[in-house]
Design a protein. Structure first.
Length: 230
């Protein structure tokens, strides 16, 4: 199953539509990456606002989170890229919005569980990568690292090296997201209508897996939208 597709021409996100027998709900998954064209983010916002509820990501204020996001914030200052930082925060949607994500204190607590040496490395690596991308980055360079599908095991490799960091960015946030979707299903499955899930692409595997296992939702449609062209 494709989630983010990168080839020699463009990077595309795959908007997945999930349905289940006996449920009136439709889940529309919008897999997000941090850098894209303004038209891409506007298209996602427009489609998400047409849904009954938007489930959006958004880590609360935490110094550690700010350091880790420096890579793409600095990269966006590279005018040759012509890309902007994702701005689809929970409070920017007109549709009713749920934000099942870590708040600032919870993120800080999870960050402190990461071994000190790894914290120092990650705190230095993210800004250094951002500086490099700001000066020398190209769209083709970014595209080589953006593919996400249900067979991608790169996140698993990271989990094996720094499991505490994987739990902070992956496992703990996956659980918050999936539990929020399960609650929406329990309350609204008898009501027809779409639920938009606007969340990081890496989390969509867990969403598809858990909604299928718990409630029988399966992918019934896929729409490709261009993140940026090369």
């Amino acid at each position: 199953m494709e989630i983010i597709v990168a080839n020699e021409l463009e990077v595309r996100a795959v908007i997945l539509t999930l349905r289940a027998k006996g449920s009136g709900l439709t889940f529309r998954l919008f897999p997000m990456i941090h850098l894209g064209t303004r038209s891409y983010f506007d298209a996602v916002r427009r489609q998400a606002n047409a849904c009954d509820v938007v489930v959006a990501e958004g880590v609360g204020d935490a110094k550690a989170a700010t350091r880790l996001t420096a890579a793409y914030r600095l990269a966006a200052r590279n005018k040759r890229l012509g890309l902007v930082v994702q701005d689809l925060k929970a409070d920017t949607f007109t549709a009713p919005t749920v934000r099942p994500d870590l708040d600032g204190p919870a993120f800080t607590e999870g960050w402190r569980r990461v071994p000190l040496g790894d914290r120092l490395m990650l705190s230095l690596l993210a800004p250094a990568l951002g500086v490099f991308l700001r000066g020398f980055g190209t769209r083709g360079m970014l595209a080589r690292f953006l593919t996400v599908d249900d067979e991608d095991d790169s996140w698993t490799e990271t989990a094996e090296v720094i499991p505490e960091f994987d739990d902070l960015l992956g496992g703990s946030r996956d659980k918050l997201l999936v539990d929020a979707l399960a609650e929406l299903h329990e309350r609204r499955h008898h009501e027809p209508g779409p639920i938009a899930v606007v969340y990081g692409a890496e989390h969509m595997r867990a969403v598809v897996r858990e909604l299928r296992a718990r409630f029988g939702y399966v992918v019934r449609d896929a729409e490709y939208v261009t993140v940026f062209s090369l």
